[in-house]
Design a protein around this ligand. Structure first.
Ligand code: QUE
Length: 335
């Protein structure tokens, strides 16, 4: 084990421990990390000494802020579509490996967990969130779509909470992540080190001893409105319902939607809805197919430029409004 590895893997007691270790990039997954995680999980799957796998993020700020989307954009600009394909194919295969993992897979989330970070946590058997956990699927902000199996898990969250999270990129913090169904238990940061020690000594059975009581779901008062608005059949109808509602929460949701790529909100809505009737494997296949058109699209190249590369946060979306999106152009993304 050496300190400069981007994934630090070690066997400790009864567990295999994975540490995402690229703290300067908020532990965002690059292809090397995806390959290292896959390699260790395959190795440990058949090791009778390993009773659970525990994954964490290094550095105290983030579990994992996403995927190395900057590298994907550059490969797309270079016309290197083999690299783009390898990244998503291997990332989604890792998501599936975690979902089907026969040994308890435990993610300890004590910071930012977005996009690709959600893909290496929510598919596991146990997702522990602290008061510092912050979950989001913010891909519509970069002209992409909620992937890493999100088209499977978002439609399976309570009511339309998943569609709301996927289209707006809204953040779920702390115990709210458990209420929303993104995490399986709440454990305060101050107990995380003890939890890890107990997991190491005794395996996943100790988890329940570390589940703390939680406050109410902060979205509970707006759930009826949320479900009514985000349950609309089309994106323009979601906006109409949010406008008609007139409340503070609806205004905030509208504001978030307005900043995002109108086209990507459309194709995200379509693929999340379709995911309700697909298996996880079918969802990942459909997502991989959409990466082939989405990563070549102006919205993705421009969105990653504005939010990740130049960080001017001023993307030039084309078209600029939901009303101008041509449904035929969205349908063409899936062909
Ligand atoms: C929206 C996103 C992402 C984002 C910013 C957004 C995203 C993503 C990253 C990211 C974070 C850290 C990195 C990196 C990329 O930022 O998906 O290379 O080091 O992966 O506003 O969807």
């Amino acid at each position: 084990m050496s300190g400069d590895e981007s994934v630090v893997a070690s066997r400790q007691g009864r567990i295999g421990r994975l540490l995402l270790n690229r703290p300067k990039a908020l532990n965002a997954l690059d292809l090397d990390m995806i390959r290292a995680l896959t390699r260790h999980l395959l190795e440990w799957r058949d090791d009778p000494r390993i009773h659970a796998v525990v994954i964490e993020g290094a550095g105290g700020r983030a579990f994992c802020a996403g995927g190395d989307i900057r590298a994907v954009r550059q490969a797309s600009l270079d016309g290197d579509f083999a690299t783009v394909e390898a990244f998503f194919a291997e990332e989604y295969a890792l998501n599936r490996l975690i979902a089907e993992y026969p040994i308890p897979y435990v993610a300890l989330i004590d910071g930012i967990c977005m996009g690709g970070g959600i893909g290496v946590s929510v598919h596991g058997a146990h997702i522990v969130a602290s008061e510092h956990a912050m979950f989001a699927m913010p891909e519509t902000a970069i002209g992409f779509f909620p992937d890493v199996g999100a088209t499977y898990f978002l439609p399976r969250l309570p009511g339309e909470v998943g569609m709301y999270l996927g289209l707006t990129g809204a953040r779920m913090v702390g115990a709210d992540a458990v209420h929303a169904g993104l995490a399986t238990q709440f454990t305060p940061r101050e107990r995380m080190a003890d939890l890890l020690a107990a997991l190491t000594a005794d395996g996943a059975a100790v988890l329940a001893d570390f589940a703390a009581p939680m406050p109410e779901f902060s979205l509970a008062p707006v759930r009826a409105t949320l479900d009514q608005c985000f349950g609309a059949e089309t994106v323009p109808e979601i906006l109409l319902r949010l406008r008609a509602d007139g409340g503070e929460w609806a205004a905030e949701a509208l504001k978030m939607l307005r900043g995002h790529s109108p086209s990507s909100v459309f194709w995200s809505h379509a693929i999340v809805r379709a995911g309700a009737d697909r298996t996880l494997v079918q969802c990942l296949e459909a997502e991989l197919a959409l990466t082939r058109t989405a990563t070549r699209h102006h919205e993705f190249l421009e969105g990653v430029r504005a939010m990740v590369v130049d960080k001017d946060r001023n993307p030039d979306w084309q078209p600029k409004t939901i009303e101008e999106v041509d449904p035929e152009a969205i349908a063409a993304m899936f062909r």
